[in-house]
Write a new protein. Structure first.
Length: 272
């Protein structure tokens, strides 16, 4: 079995795969790192600091264009991008299907410290369950009801600096994407596509998440600069706490995450 076959099998069955060191990706990281660092002191992004400044969420903070290139840097390329174009049947990624502006997610020792006014239940869920979620299901209104509002093609995690394996790693429940996808199909198959975002899925989401916790194996993913991991768009995932033994440099645990939008919602629902 080739590396490509193993990666494809892992992605389809487990909901994630990892790619080894790639020179093209390492060059991209080298060009993007100064821009990622700059976001953390940019007043425009100051509101992204969370949990007593132990997490800089940095959503869409990296100033990359649709090719993935930051000013003065190369377009995003390499094995992982080739895999996305081929195995995920998205040949247009980085071209007519643009990359989104990447999230610059940075964690520091102590994550997550408690936020002011945060309930015990919410804080404990972050500490004990990694704030596990499926992307695109947003809370809305005074009652904070969940609805499907965003349609990401995948999650691509690119470490920007070195840090230890227990420094607030990316957590994922293997096989959860299959359970969640089946639930999505049951929930939306009889609903016109244009009305998907109107459906209150709060209770169903809570039920399916509990089922995943009971039946799926939780893992954490780690990579070094020049390496990358890819997670399925329907996978339940989160961010683990910073362990007492964790180590990192002055940049903390810095990862760039790409989640480009997929325009075809039926493809988002049904594709592997």
């Amino acid at each position: 079995m080739t590396d490509y076959d193993e990666q494809k099998q892992s992605f389809e069955v487990k909901g994630w795969c990892r790619f080894p060191f790639d020179k093209a990706l390492a060059e991209w990281v080298g060009g993007a790192l100064p821009h990622a660092r700059a976001t953390m002191t940019d007043p425009a992004f100051a509101s992204w600091y969370r949990y007593q400044d132990t997490w800089f969420a940095g959503v869409n903070a990296l100033p990359n264009d649709g090719t993935g290139a930051v000013p003065g840097g190369p377009p995003l390329s390499g094995q992982a991008v080739d895999f996305i174009r081929s195995a995920l049947n998205l040949p247009e990624i980085g071209m007519t299907l643009p990359w989104d502006r990447a999230q610059v997610s940075v964690c520091f020792p102590g994550y997550p410290k408690r936020m002011a006014g945060e309930s015990d239940a919410v804080f404990n869920f972050r500490v004990k369950r990694d704030a596990a979620h499926v992307d695109g299901l947003l809370r809305e209104g005074p009652d904070r009801r969940r609805r499907l509002k965003e349609y990401h093609a995948f999650i691509l995690g690119i470490p920007m600096v070195d840090f230890s394996t227990d420094a607030a790693p990316f957590a994922l429940w293997e096989g959860s994407h299959l359970i969640v996808r089946n639930w999505f199909r049951e929930t939306f198959s009889a609903v016109p596509v244009a009305q998907w975002g109107e459906v209150d899925i709060t209770e169903g989401y809570q039920r399916i998440r509990r089922h995943v916790f009971d039946t799926c194996r939780r893992i954490t993913l780690h990579a070094r600069p020049g390496e990358v991991y890819l997670a399925h768009r329907h996978a339940l995932h989160g961010m683990a706490p910073w362990a007492n033994t964790a180590t990192a440099g002055p940049d903390g645990r810095m990862i760039a995450y790409f989640r480009p939008a997929i325009p075809d919602r039926t493809l988002w629902l049904n594709a592997a």
